[in-house]
Design a protein around this ligand. Structure first.
Ligand SMILES: [Zn+2]
Length: 455
C-alpha cells in the first residue's frame, strides 16, 4: 500500500465508524481496524473525521458571461475546490450555435485538462437543438456525458429553450439514459419588470431581487415539474431557492416522480436582505437569494430528503466587474463564489447540530455521484472507490476571509463567516492536494470523468 490513514472516524452517508483506510494507486484497497504495512506512508487522523471528498456538481469556471469571463479559470477554481475538500467538479460547457455536444465538451476539456487540480466532468448546456443535436444525445452518453442542462431563462441572451424544446430533451434524455438539469425562472416576467424598474429609476441591487422574486422562479419550477410528470421523465432542478418550488418538488416526489432538487449554500445562509447592503451587488446571482420563509423551506427540504444535492453555482467576478452595476443592477455580472466554502459550511452546520455529518456526505458526495453517473468511484469511502478523501478537524475554528481563500477573486461573499471545524487535508486519488491551509496539488493532475448512463 502507498498510504494508510489511521485512527480516524470514517463518515459515509450511512455510517460512522472507526477504521483505517489503505490506499494504493489512487484507490481505496482496504478498510479495516489497525491496517499494517511497513512500506506505506502513515497519516494519523486521530481525533479527526475522514470523509469522502465532496462533489461540486455546479460550477461555471472560465465562462464567458455578462460581458466578461468568470474570474476563476480552471486552475484557480479547481485549486480552491481542493482547498475546500471538493475533489470532483462538474462544470457547465455551453454549446455555441452550430456546434455539437461532444465537440462542446472536447473544446472545454482542451482548456480544462492542463489546468485541473482535481477530477472534473462536464454537463453540456444545450442552446441550439437542431435535429442532429438531438440525434447526438446517444453518442454523448457513450462518450461519458450523461447530463445536459437547459435554461428556461436568459431569452434575450440567446440561451433559453422554449417548452417544446425542453420536452423534447426530457424525453430524449430518458431514452438514452441521461438526465436534464434546468435553470428555472420565467424570462418574460424578469424582462418586463426590469424594464419598468429602469424606467422608474429603480436601479439598486434590491431591484435585481424584485425583478425575479419567489413567484418568478416558482412558476418555472412548477412548469418544469409539470412537463416531467406528464412525460414521466426524470428532472433535476438546479439551484432551487424558493419555498413554492420546494413544495412542488416535495409533492411530485411524494407522488413517486423522479424529481431531484439542488440548492446552494448561499440560499441556505443568506436572505434577500443582502441586496439592501451597500455591497449588495456582490451578492447578485440568479436566481437571487430569497426571503427567510424560503430559506426555512430549503432546510426542511434537506431534512425530509427532498433536496437531493448541494452544489455551489460558483461563478465569481472581480469586484471591479461587480462595480459596473453600482448604479444599474442590470450591469452587474450575475454570479457568486462558493466552491471552497460549500463543504466546510455544510459540515460546520452539522457540527453545530443542525443536521448530521452523514446527511452532509449524502448531499455533497453520495447523491451527486449517483445521479450523475460516477458512483461508486466518487462520492463514498469504500473498497474500490477512488481515494478522494478529506480529513476534517471538528475542533478547528476557522474564519473565512479573502486572504485565506485560494481562488483568484479579490473578495468573498463569505467574508467573516465563522466555522466550527475545518478541512485539514484533501486527497485526490490518493495524492495530497491540500494540507494545513496550503494548496499542494498541481495543475494537470485532474482527469476528465467518463460517466455511466442511467438505467
Ligand atoms: Zn449556474
Amino acid at each position: 500500500m502507498d498510504k494508510i490513514i489511521k485512527n480516524g472516524t470514517i463518515i459515509t452517508a450511512f455510517d460512522t465508524f472507526r477504521a483505517d483506510i489503505g490506499i494504493e494507486d489512487g484507490k481505496i484497497v482496504m478498510i479495516a481496524k489497525d491496517i499494517k504495512d511497513e512500506k506505506a506512508e502513515i497519516i494519523d487522523a486521530k481525533g479527526k473525521y475522514v470523509l469522502p471528498g465532496a462533489i461540486d456538481s455546479h460550477t461555471h469556471l472560465q465562462m464567458p458571461f455578462g460581458g466578461t469571463i468568470s474570474a476563476d479559470n480552471y486552475e484557480a477554481g479547481t485549486r480552491a475546490a481542493a482547498c475546500g475538500g471538493v475533489t470532483t467538479v462538474f462544470d457547465f460547457a455551453l454549446q455555441q450555435k452550430g456546434h455539437g455536444i461532444v465537440q462542446t465538451a472536447k473544446e472545454r476539456d482542451a482548456l480544462c485538462a492542463p489546468q485541473a487540480c482535481v477530477d472534473y466532468a462536464f454537463h453540456v448546456a444545450i442552446t441550439d437543438l437542431r435535429p442532429e443535436v438531438l440525434d447526438e444525445f446517444k453518442a454523448a452518453v457513450e462518450f461519458g456525458i450523461s447530463s445536459f442542462k437547459v435554461f428556461m431563462v436568459y431569452k434575450k441572451e440567446g440561451l433559453m429553450v422554449n417548452d417544446g424544446v425542453l420536452c423534447k430533451v426530457l424525453e430524449k434524455a430518458k431514452e438514452v439514459g441521461a438526465i436534464i438539469a434546468v435553470h428555472a425562472e420565467n424570462p418574460d416576467l424578469i424582462d418586463a419588470r426590469t424594464e419598468d424598474f429602469l424606467k422608474e429609476g429603480k436601479t439598486s441591487a434590491w431591484y435585481h431581487y424584485l425583478s425575479r422574486p419567489e413567484f418568478v422562479e416558482a412558476e418555472a419550477d412548477i412548469r418544469a415539474i409539470h412537463w416531467a410528470k406528464s412525460l414521466n421523465t426524470p428532472l433535476y432542478i438546479v439551484h432551487l431557492a424558493n419555498k413554492q418550488g420546494m413544495d412542488e418538488v416535495k409533492k411530485a416526489r411524494d407522488e413517486g416522480y423522479e424529481i431531484y432538487a439542488e440548492t446552494c449554500p448561499q440560499y441556505l445562509h443568506f436572505t434577500n436582505e443582502v441586496y439592501k447592503r451597500e455591497d449588495g451587488r456582490n451578492f447578485v446571482c440568479s436566481p437571487p437569494m430569497k426571503a427567510q420563509e424560503s430559506q426555512d423551506a430549503l432546510w426542511l427540504g434537506i431534512k425530509s430528503g427532498d433536496i437531493a444535492t448541494i452544489a455551489t453555482d460558483h461563478c465569481p467576478f472581480q469586484s471591479y466587474e461587480k462595480d459596473w452595476g453600482k448604479d444599474d443592477f442590470t450591469k452587474i455580472p450575475n454570479g457568486c463564489m462558493g466552491i471552497e466554502n460549500m463543504y466546510p459550511y455544510m459540515l460546520s452546520e452539522a457540527n453545530k447540530g443542525r443536521i448530521t455529518l452523514n446527511k452532509v456526505v449524502e448531499l455533497c458526495c453520495k447523491n451527486p455521484a449517483k445521479i450523475y453517473g460516477c458512483a461508486p468511484e466518487k462520492g463514498t469511502i469504500a473498497v474500490g472507490s477512488d481515494a478522494d478523501i478529506v480529513i476534517y478537524d471538528p475542533n478547528k475554528k476557522f474564519t473565512v476571509s479573502k486572504d485565506n481563500m485560494h481562488s483568484d477573486v479579490d473578495y468573498t461573499i463569505w467574508e467573516g463567516l465563522e466555522l466550527n471545524g475545518y478541512v485539514d487535508m484533501t486527497f485526490s486519488r490518493g495524492k495530497l492536494v491540500f494540507k494545513d491551509g496550503e494548496f499542494c496539488g498541481e495543475p494537470g493532475w485532474g482527469k476528465l470523468l467518463k460517466r455511466k448512463a442511467r438505467k
